[in-house]
Design a protein around this ligand. Structure first.
Ligand SMILES: [Zn+2]
Length: 324
């Protein structure tokens, strides 16, 4: 660890640093965060090294009158149960300078010095340091000292100690044979706002024993059946392609029929002017026209002719046919 100057002219170690073993039961008790040295009350206490007083006052967690010196190299030394203190906060001290007197304030049952070495925020065993014997250099005079015991005319104020003491007093200045086991929790010196009542404990429902988890088999994969009832989708037939009729390139050529040959009508032999004929007589059929000689003029009508010409009708015009 290093070398320091002994805080007392005569070192009489009593309770060591660490867990305190009960002499009766042998069980571990409180943790002792320092080294105790027996000394009569009023014995001069020296600074173990040069430094700055970082805190002085009443240590409500068992230390009583307490001094903390910061050596500005990561080490803080503390002096506890003091009868009175000769230095003030922020004061520079030299190594071997008288800073207090031995006492039995705080959680103490007898005059002794509780000495701590806090390195980089952690307590160390003070006996791991080499404690050089103090060499008194100053001429001791009447050194004014102050006690910070509550209820006296001690200066007000709550020092900020190097290591806060937790509610379980884990860092309290206790654990030595000459120290009370549990210091009474002191009242805070400053008025703090009233603490709110802690919230009611959360009453959790009792844990109901759960049945063993049922092994749930994974469901079979769903059988994807093809839909049966659904009608087939309407067959959307594509519209028939439009009948692309070949374009009529050109209208068929008009059938140019050759003009019918002119009907060469035989020259009509103009019949003689038809003489208006009398209504046919039923009795007498008209003779077939074929038998009429073309040249022969039509027979005279049967219409009774005027009597003048009647003898002509009866006149035979044809020769009598020969007998077969
Ligand atoms: Zn102690």
């Amino acid at each position: 660890m290093g070398s320091l100057t002994a805080p007392l002219e005569t070192l009489t170690p009593t309770s060591p640093f660490g867990l305190r073993i009960s002499p009766l039961s042998g069980s571990a008790g409180e943790f002792h965060w320092g080294q105790d040295f027996a000394a009569p009350c009023g014995t001069r206490v020296y600074a173990a090294d040069a430094g700055v007083v970082r805190a002085v006052g009443w240590h409500p967690w068992g230390g009583g009158n307490r001094v903390e010196v910061d050596h500005e190299n990561g080490l803080i030394t503390t002096y506890n149960h003091l009868q009175a203190i000769a230095v003030k906060k922020g004061e520079s001290v030299e190594v071997g300078e008288v800073i207090a007197k031995v006492g039995t304030t705080g959680s103490s049952t007898g005059c002794h010095l509780h000495f701590e070495t806090i390195r980089n925020g952690a307590h160390t065993n003070p006996l791991q340091w080499t404690l050089q014997p103090i060499k008194q250099r100053d001429e001791l005079g009447n050194i004014e000292m102050i006690s910070y015991v509550p209820g006296t005319n001690a200066p007000k104020g709550a020092p900020t100690w190097a290591i806060p003491v937790r509610q379980d007093n884990s860092h309290a200045v206790t654990g030595g044979n000459a120290e009370k086991v549990v210091p009474p929790p002191p009242e805070p010196p400053v008025t703090e706002p009233p603490r709110k009542a802690p919230p009611p404990p959360v009453v959790e429902p009792p844990v109901v024993p759960q049945p063993p988890p049922v092994v749930v088999e994974p469901p079979p994969p769903p059988v994807v059946e093809p839909p049966v009832t659904s009608p087939p989708p309407p067959v959307v037939e594509p519209p028939p392609p439009p009948v692309v009729e070949p374009p009529v390139t050109s209208p068929p050529p008009p059938v140019v029929e050759p003009p019918p040959p002119p009907v060469v009508e035989p020259p009509v032999i103009s019949p003689p002017p038809v003489v208006p004929q009398p209504p046919p007589v039923v009795v007498v059929p008209p003779p077939p026209p074929v038998q009429q000689p073309p040249v022969v003029p039509p027979p005279p009508p049967v219409v009774p002719q005027p009597p003048a010409e009647q003898p002509q009708n009866f006149a035979p015009t044809r020769a009598p046919e020969p007998a077969p």
